[in-house]
Design a protein around this ligand. Structure first.
Ligand code: HEM
Length: 480
């Protein structure tokens, strides 16, 4: 394969109307979708499966049939998105673009999207351990990572994450929740060699019908992610932050797959419950302290906006707090071409802010690291919000080549590390997803001020269960 897995120039044509090479088609045809780019659908169901020990062969046949008939390859995802992009582009030149778009989209509805993946125990359950990727962290699963990540002990996780041996996960996604439910039913009833032991339902939250996606705390989500396709990279300004990523940030050889085109990726699954009242209380306390520092008793809208932006690192509309010209952010697009080089003391974006901990954009140079190494820690997020039984949160999914070096390192050594980037005074935990002991933290009392407010916050996101999976190549699945 002459495709360069280390290059950051991106796969595929730069020109949005260009064609894939034959080699690129072969690679994308053999890897599953939703790895190099999010499937982008607003509704999903996640079916967790435990296979029956007495029906291994039947279970493998079921998987192979699913792969042949239903699983979406990266090539199919590419073709579908091209068709839709073509409709949107053609609509521009029509007298009534809206009418044209609607009519064409009815003729070419977005197709249902399906991913299938196995846990380490899933490989054992199917007698496929010789084809399992050789990776200790994957073998240990999410339960073995509890101490390293300061997660709650497994017996405290929600049922059935606390006890069930989950062998496979099927993700079904579409913009129409009815179609997702119908497909989930069909897949569940086709499974006679095991049981769907658990289902999570995901629903993207949008501002307005087609507005940007946000999460339950009310902040724009899915903004900054590594980009793998040349045409997506070409649309970005990259002078201060380059979102381009080499294929080997996510892809790893599938030992059970084709020698040339067989690649997969590791997926981290975490059900993260969001305590919205707790987060809003923290945000209010911080806003109150900002007002007080300004000689006022009651926080106003700008105080609340800035407090939220200090916690997340972006305003609710996604605008990065480090780039803010006015106290209220702006609605003019969502910049991603920024770093923290002009804010080395954390006077605009506190060091502990979620996005600064999760993607330090070069901050680790202060600790003797290199930007090059830091960039190899990146993950590709594929999360979706949930709401069930009065609880809300994020079904946090991310893909990477190496769970220990990427997701676990990010959570343990950056997000949970109170000494990260600065030890005097300590930065403390990431106020959004940090886990561990909360300590007093420093917040600029005015935007850009060296004077600080000292405030300690309470954890508002709680891990309720999860597992590690491998998303194997299409070729492997079809041949099991
Ligand atoms: C970015 C929220 C969990 C890693 C963001 C953003 C928000 C957000 C609002 C900014 C918008 C964007 O770039 O998409 C949340 C919430 C979480 C959560 C509410 C839990 C309920 C996590 C976890 C990790 C993580 C567990 C990793 C361990 C990241 C990364 C970015 C990000 C890498 C992009 C940073 C950048 O490139 O600027 N998150 N997040 N998030 N989050 Fe989270």
């Amino acid at each position: 394969m002459t495709i360069d897995f280390d290059s950051e120039t991106g796969i595929g044509p730069k020109d949005p109307n260009g064609q894939l090479s034959e080699e690129e088609k072969a690679l994308l045809g053999d890897i599953q979708g939703n790895i190099l780019k999010s499937h982008g659908r607003d509704h999903s169901q996640h079916l967790f499966i435990t296979f029956d020990a007495a029906k291994k062969k039947e279970a493998r046949t079921w998987l192979a049939e699913l792969a042949k008939n239903k699983v979406t390859s990266a090539l199919k995802q590419w073709d579908d998105s091209r068709t839709r992009a073509g409709i949107f582009a053609a609509a521009e030149s029509k007298d009534d673009p809206e009418a044209y778009r609607s009519a064409e989209l009815v003729k070419h509805p977005s197709s249902i999207f399906i991913n299938v993946m196995l846990s380490s125990k899933g490989y054992d359950a199917l007698d496929l351990s010789s084809k399992r990727p050789d990776d200790e962290t994957f073998r240990g699963g999410a339960a073995a990572a509890v101490p390293a990540l300061a997660d709650p002990p497994r017996e405290k996780w929600e049922a059935p994450f606390n006890t069930a041996e989950m062998h496979a996960l099927v993700i079904i996604a579409d913009d129409d929740p009815g179609r997702v439910a119908t497909e989930a039913k069909a897949i569940t009833s086709s499974l006679t060699s095991g049981k769907v032991v658990h289902v999570e339902v995901g629903k993207a939250l949008r501002r307005g019908e087609n507005g940007p996606v946000h999460e339950h705390f009310g902040f724009a989500d899915g903004v900054s992610d590594p980009l793998y396709f040349a045409k997506d990279i070409a649309q970005q300004q990259t002078t201060n932050w380059n979102p381009a990523a080499p294929l080997n940030l996510a892809l790893v050889k599938d030992p059970g797959g084709d020698a040339t085109t067989g690649y997969g990726t590791f997926l981290v699954y975490r059900k993260l419950e969001q305590d919205v009242a707790r987060f809003n209380q923290d945000r209010y306390e911080l806003a109150k302290a900002l007002a007080k520092a300004d000689g006022r008793t009651d926080p106003n809208h700008a105080d609340r906006e800035l407090a939220g932006a200090y916690l997340v690192g972006r305003f609710p509309d996604g605008f990065p707090v480090s780039e803010k010209g006015t106290p209220e952010g702006t609605d003019n697009g969502i910049p991603n071409n920024f770093n923290f080089d002009a804010d080395t003391d954390g006077l605009k974006c506190p060091f502990q802010a979620h996005i600064r901990k999760a993607n330090p954009r070069g901050d680790t140079k202060r600790l003797g690291g290199t930007l090059k190494d830091e960039r190899t820690r990146r993950i590709s997020r594929r999360a979706i919000s949930f709401e069930s039984n009065g609880k809300v949160g994020l079904l946090f999914l991310c893909v990477q080549k190496d769970i220990k070096r990427q997701f676990e390192f990010m959570q343990a050594s950056w997000i949970n590390n109170p000494d990260f980037v600065q030890q005097q005074p300590k930065t403390g935990l990431d106020p959004v997803v940090g886990q561990g002991t909360e300590i007093a933290q420093q917040w600029p009392e005015k935007y850009g001020s060296t004077k600080k407010i000292t405030l300690s916050l309470k954890q508002a996101v709680h891990m309720r269960g999860g597992e590690y999976f491998f998303i194997p190549s299409m070729g492997f699945l079809k041949g099991v």
